[in-house]
Ligand binder design. Structure first.
Ligand SMILES: [Zn+2]
Length: 215
């Protein structure tokens, strides 16, 4: 699900929420993030309301929706899940039990949000930042994190491409194999590799590219 499909998916899954919010949507559509953040805050109000009325089924279904957003490959969708949805729960009187009701990925980000608001970390996501040598799982395979930018490939001036290396797009999460003989483009189109011209790079600057190696 892409960022601009989130609201439609939400309204489809929760028609009773759509009835609540329908008349206000024209105002939200003008906000700087396209309405997703305003709708997220209203949806959390709706879920809190369901919970207090004893409608546990809708409440849990709502948390599951938020969990699915957290599992997205798209960074803007995951950010919306944390900063738009979860953060709206922060002033809820019953938030202390929320951690037990959330899915695994949401729980991880909920704890992170709380650390941030308690002033224990400087940024949301800081605790999860990869360190050189960390191993991650991606689609059933294990990769070692080498760092960011072309320095991580062991070069100072040009990208050292090789089939052993993988490059991750910060935006869509696409894992690009580093084989210099093949062309490739990430899902969102900003990370590109062209064999013919020997070009490789990303519009937002090479240091945004995370470099991995298959283990
Ligand atoms: Zn991308």
């Amino acid at each position: 699900m892409h960022y601009d499909e989130v609201n439609d998916a939400l309204f489809q899954a929760f028609p009773s929420f759509f009835e609540v919010i329908e008349l206000d949507l024209q105002y939200y559509n003008d906000d700087y993030c396209g309405g997703q953040y305003s709708v997220a805050a209203r949806f959390v109000d709706f879920l809190e309301d369901c919970h207090s009325k004893g409608d546990d089924e809708t409440y849990r279904k709502g948390l599951l929706f938020i969990e699915q957003l957290h599992q997205s490959n798209w960074r803007d969708v995951r950010e919306l899940a944390t900063v738009g949805y979860l953060e709206s729960f922060l002033d809820w009187s019953e938030k202390d039990k929320l951690a037990n009701d959330l899915g695994d990925e949401s729980k991880r980000w909920w704890l992170e949000l709380n650390l941030f608001w308690q002033g224990k970390i400087d940024g949301i996501g800081q605790s999860f930042r990869l360190q050189q040598g960390d191993h991650i799982e991606h689609e059933g395979k294990t990769y070692e994190y080498l760092g960011k930018g072309l320095k991580a490939t062991g070069s100072k001036t040009i990208w050292r491409l090789s089939p052993e290396l993988y490059f991750k797009c910060w935006n869509c999460g696409y894992f690009m194999n580093g084989d210099p003989q093949t062309d490739d483009r990430c899902l969102c189109g900003i990370l590109n590799k062209s064999s013919g011209y020997g070009r490789f790079g990303i519009k937002q600057g090479d240091n945004t590219i995370e470099v991995f190696q298959r283990v």
